[in-house]
Design a protein around this ligand. Structure first.
Ligand code: PPS
Ligand code: MG
Ligand code: MG
Ligand code: MG
Length: 307
């Protein structure tokens, strides 16, 4: 079965396994206590966990899919002697493959990797905000996504610590139960640490019942997936393709949408620039997404055009 599975399913099943392994690395670095923090820029830390998790994810995917483009957040020379992850997720391997991906070969996929999303929160001990993101794109669009949350349940006696969620548009999602947001309420999730006057202006115009400020694109989208928020609104550049590719795939698979603040999808081609310069707007329900696109003021849209 495995040897005849489409490349796409083998890739997804390996992505789940390496994301789990990256989660082990992230917890191990934290438990050893020396995070090895390097400041890449203002308010942009990198830790030993970011570095080792990326080496593990890209090293393993490279070994198994040597012809595929893989783009990771951290600017590192790839080590060749990374620890081999031999498991593969059997449930994902045995899923139905989307018809249009059955015969696609590895050269035609592009993988976007954020080895640790929410680094600032990781260093500050806000551990549930931390995720590992692996997004798979084909013909510029996200076709599969994996989000691993290494500290899921960490406040809960460590019962069942960590979880992995996946989504394949046209097929479905796994590892969590999609929950719709509460009817008749507008709950907006946005940045915790990158507030600007324009981000604020957009939020005020939307008149939310509540604003949730959390770290990381992965965690914000998880709040949408499980009904804790109606929309993720970030009217600013700053987010990158590796932040949004996996979350977009999962949201799309459950009927939601992730675009720029104008309502236009991003392209995930390997030649694409990394920053999402036109901001981020996401919702678990496409009707909600439409309402938010229509209600972000034109003045804000003009200020976040990516030029
Ligand atoms: N230059 C710049 N300007 C404005 N905002 C920025 C910038 N760089 C990163 N960000 C925002 O910072 C958050 C964390 O960034 P990353 O996801 O890239 O970092 S990491 O994966 O945690 O390392 C993430 O969102 P928040 O967590 O919502 O603040 C990014 O959207
Ligand atoms: Mg970073
Ligand atoms: Mg990130
Ligand atoms: Mg990161």
């Amino acid at each position: 079965m495995a040897s005849t599975s489409p490349v796409f399913l083998r890739l997804m099943a390996n992505a789940v396994a390496v994301a789990n392994h990256a989660g082990n690395i992230i917890r191990e670095v934290m438990s050893k206590g020396d995070l090895g923090i390097v400041e890449k820029g203002v308010n942009d830390p990198q830790t030993e966990a970011d570095r080792r998790a990326q080496q593990c994810i890209i090293g393993n995917l490279n070994k198994k899919f040597p012809l595929m483009s893989i783009i990771g957040e951290e600017d590192l020379a790839q080590e060749t002697n990374v620890e081999l992850v031999s498991d593969i997720d059997k449930e994902v391997l045995n899923l139905r493959c989307p018809e249009e991906l059955v015969n696609v070969t590895e050269e035609d996929f592009v993988v976007w990797v954020d080895p640790l999303d929410g680094t600032a929160e990781y260093t500050a001990g806000m551990l549930d905000h931390v995720t590992v993101l692996i997004g798979i794109a084909h013909k510029n669009r996200p076709v599969g996504g994996v989000i691993h949350q290494p500290y899921y349940n960490y406040k809960n006696d460590k019962a069942g610590l960590g979880r992995t969620m996946w989504g394949i548009p046209g097929i479905g999602v796994g590892g969590f139960k999609p929950i719709p947001p509460p009817e008749g309420k507008r709950l907006v999730v946005t940045t915790r640490s990158h507030m600007t006057p324009v981000v604020q202006q957009a939020l005020e115009a939307l008149k939310p019942d509540e604003i949730l400020r959390v770290g990381g694109a992965g965690y914000k989208v998880m709040l949408l997936m499980e009904g804790h928020a109606t929309a993720y609104v970030f009217a600013s550049p700053g987010c990158k393709k590796w932040d949004t590719c996996a979350p977009e795939a999962i949201l799309t698979a459950m009927g939601g949408r992730l675009t720029d603040i104008h309502g236009t999808p991003y392209s995930y081609a390997s030649t694409e620039m990394h920053p999402n310069k036109r901001g981020v707007l996401a919702a678990a329900k496409s009707d909600d997404h439409k309402w938010f696109v229509e209600n972000i003021p034109d003045e804000v849209k003009q200020l976040v055009q990516g030029s």
